[in-house]
Design a protein around this ligand. Structure first.
Ligand SMILES: Cc1cc2nc3c(=O)[nH]c(=O)nc-3n(C[C@H](O)[C@H](O)[C@H](O)COP(=O)(O)OP(=O)(O)OC[C@H]3O[C@@H](n4cnc5c(N)ncnc54)[C@H](O)[C@@H]3O)c2cc1C
Length: 397
């Protein structure tokens, strides 16, 4: 957004509570690599120039990439400037940070979609001897007590953490709710390459059937690694990780799991196959069939016939529960009445329901790729166009 505003000669500042790339510096686990290939983090005027376009950035590499970008575009960042309140004024907004107050005509909320780990209230029913962690707090297995680990949630964070923790010698059980399975490689190419080429990542918010639903679907079950492996439930089962159904409740030291495991996995396989069908159709229409491997389908997710519906956590030696149950934004600093009853900002494709206010970086904000680094460029271009029109019209939406 800063790049787009500078290109349009709009005077602006970026207020950052920490440092550039703060979430990557302070809220990610040590071994994490981006699950998007290096080439798929194109920022306005800046793309990958290294010799490993299909590799996956480590955290230090991701941080360096964003720092270099901020320098390259001379982004006017004020670091260690936490915004503590934003209020509407007659002609714009009044922002307070811990150091200063600023007046502006327009605000872009780009504080991220993943500020807080979502932990269901049932976590409070865990025995005090069991430690709860979210992926934001998790760094590496050494942080955990010896003993069993229950990972709740089987999307990108849950499956990656389950794999790493199990490898450390701690037996892992993973509670599987709704998830979206995806192979790392399909027909010899990265799944993200296919999704980008076939236009899946460009699906628009105003052209799909149920945008409310689309904004809430979990992240693809993918991981970035040097061996490009697929980290799906079959892989976890092969390693010895135990699959159980969605965690439905905790009471008297016992966890209860839903009986929906088989259905959840079948649904996830179905959705994966729908994606592969869309890719195959696109490949045929675009004459790619002779250049890539033939279409194929993956083994369905294997599920034991009667997965347990309950677990005595102490008897099973569970010492840690990792709540990989998603994230939510934190808008506690926003004093403008734009939140709906679920605490989400009311907006139309990032144009917030308050004059001159915009939103960036949320799932399916304007496109399927909106929450990816690669999605920022198109959204910032569209929203900065709107913002410039707004300013030109003297602040009329
Ligand atoms: C575990 C995980 C893995 C991910 N993997 C990938 C991936 O492989 N590829 C990919 O493209 N994307 C990935 N993402 C998504 C990515 O992190 C971001 O959602 C995306 O980069 C959007 O960036 P952003 O700048 O909008 O949000 P963020 O990167 O979250 O940045 C928001 C910034 O706002 C600051 N901030 C928050 N509140 C305040 C305040 N009150 N005052 C001042 N500053 C504030 C934060 O410190 C932070 O620096 C991943 C996300 C997570 C959680």
């Amino acid at each position: 957004m800063s790049h787009c505003l500078s290109a349009r000669s709009i005077d602006h500042v970026i207020l950052e509570r920490g440092e550039v790339a703060n979430s990557w510096k302070t809220e990610r686990w040590d071994s994490l690599r981006l699950l998007t290939p290096n080439w798929l983090s194109r920022l306005p005027g800046y793309s990958y120039q290294g010799d490993d376009p299909d590799g996956f950035r480590t955290m230090p590499e991701t941080i360096a990439f964003l720092e270099d970008y901020a320098t390259a575009i001379s982004a006017p960042v004020r670091t260690h400037s936490r915004v503590t309140s934003v209020r509407r004024t007659d002609d714009g907004y009044l922002l307070s940070t811990e150091q200063e107050e600023l007046r502006c005509r327009s605000v872009v909320v780009a504080t991220g979609a993943c500020n807080v780990g979502r932990v269901p209230p049932m976590a409070e029913a865990l025995l005090p001897s069991i430690r709860s962690l979210t992926p934001i707090e998790y760094r590496n297995p050494d942080q955990l007590e010896r003993g069993g680990v229950l990972v709740v949630g089987a999307s990108a964070s849950g499956t990656q953490i389950a794999e790493e923790v199990h490898r450390s010698g701690r037996p892992v059980t993973i509670a599987v709710g709704e998830h979206i399975r995806a192979p790392r490689l399909y027909r010899g190419r990265d799944i993200k390459w296919w999704m980008d080429a076939a236009g899946v990542l460009d699906d628009r918010y105003d052209e799909i059937d149920d945008i409310g639903r689309a904004r809430n679907v979990p992240s693809l079950q993918l991981a970035g690694s040097t061996d490009r492996r697929t980290v799906d439930l079959n892989r976890l089962t092969d390693m010895g990780v135990r699959l159980v159904g969605r965690l439905a409740g905790v009471a008297d030291g016992k966890a209860q799991f839903s009986g929906s495991l088989l259905n959840q996995c079948a649904l996830s396989d179905l959705k994966m196959n729908r994606l592969l069908e869309r890719i195959d159709a696109w490949a045929t229409v675009h004459g790619l069939d002779s250049d890539v491997d033939p279409p194929h389908r993956f083994e369905p997710t294997r599920v034991e016939s009667s997965p347990p519906l309950g677990m005595d956590l102490r008897a099973e030696g569970i010492r840690t529960v990792v709540w990989a149950t998603g994230f939510r934004p934190d808008y506690s600093w926003l004093d403008v009445p734009v939140l709906d009853r679920k605490g989400r900002i009311r907006h139309d494709g990032g144009v917030v329901d308050s004059p001159g206010m915009y939103l960036m970086g949320l799932p399916f904000l304007r496109r399927r790729k909106s929450s990816l680094i690669d999605g920022a460029a198109d959204d910032a271009r569209d929203l900065s166009d709107h913002l410039v029109r707004y300013l030109d019209q003297g602040g009329q939406n």
